[in-house]
Design a protein around this ligand. Structure first.
Ligand code: SF4
Ligand code: SF4
Length: 201
């Protein structure tokens, strides 16, 4: 796979964790696809509303899908990469988190796991006006939500299939298209993150 400029790189960690390059490749495929689509829409005069510090979506969404490899990525990132004082803030947030609450990784109105945010978060982009407090633009104004021009989610997921012990090219496609991979999806807001808090010591 050709390396994208957007691909995150953790050379030492990638040698240690064989799943990590798969996940970083998947994220770069998604990020490249989203970037191209945004650029195309901006050429047509649409204005991206998403910007740093805007986080109403993270509070409003209650059903963000997260794949098993992404959960492993979040565990790794929080345990090994996040520094104080954010680390303690995350731990407290995870301890307080109840099923169905907003995403526990939103700390001080910013994503505390930004490099490891799930594919769904990476793909969700809104044009026009910023989302109001409590608004989920997916439902209120779907015409303003980025619709992928290509199946880069599928390509990103394809990249992760060895994590699930699927190596054969045809089996990879079947694993995705049959819904087997999707059957493993968890909901970020409902996941028992307390276990991560415990491991943080
Ligand atoms: S999706 Fe909405 S709330 Fe989230 S960053 Fe974009 S404009 Fe802001
Ligand atoms: S993981 Fe980050 S971007 Fe996604 S909902 Fe949580 S705080 Fe927002």
């Amino acid at each position: 796979m050709k390396k994208s400029k957007l691909r995150l790189s953790f050379p030492e960690d990638e040698k240690l964790h064989i799943w990590l390059p798969l996940l970083l490749n998947a994220y770069s495929i998604m990020d490249e696809g989203v970037k191209k689509d945004i650029e195309e829409l901006e050429k047509k005069g649409r204005k991206l509303a998403c910007r740093k510090g805007c986080s109403n979506c993270c509070e409003a969404h209650r059903d963000i899908p997260v794949y098993p490899i992404e959960i492993v990525g979040i565990y790794w990132y929080v345990m090994e990469k996040v520094k104080e004082p954010i680390r303690s803030d995350i731990k407290l947030s995870l301890i307080k988190h109840k099923k169905g609450d907003p995403c526990p990784f939103l700390i001080n109105k910013a994503c505390s796991i930004y490099p490891m945010r799930p594919l769904a978060c990476r793909q969700f982009n809104v044009f026009g006006q910023s989302c109001n407090h409590g608004e989920d633009a997916y439902y209120t104004r779907p015409q303003d939500v980025l619709k992928p021009s290509k199946n880069y989610l599928g390509k990103a997921l394809y990249e992760t299939t060895p994590f699930y012990n699927v190596f054969d090219e045809e089996e990879k496609i079947e694993f995705i298209n049959s819904g087997k991979l999707n059957s493993l999806v968890k909901i970020l807001q409902n996941y028992p993150w307390i276990e991560l808090a415990r491991r943080m010591g």
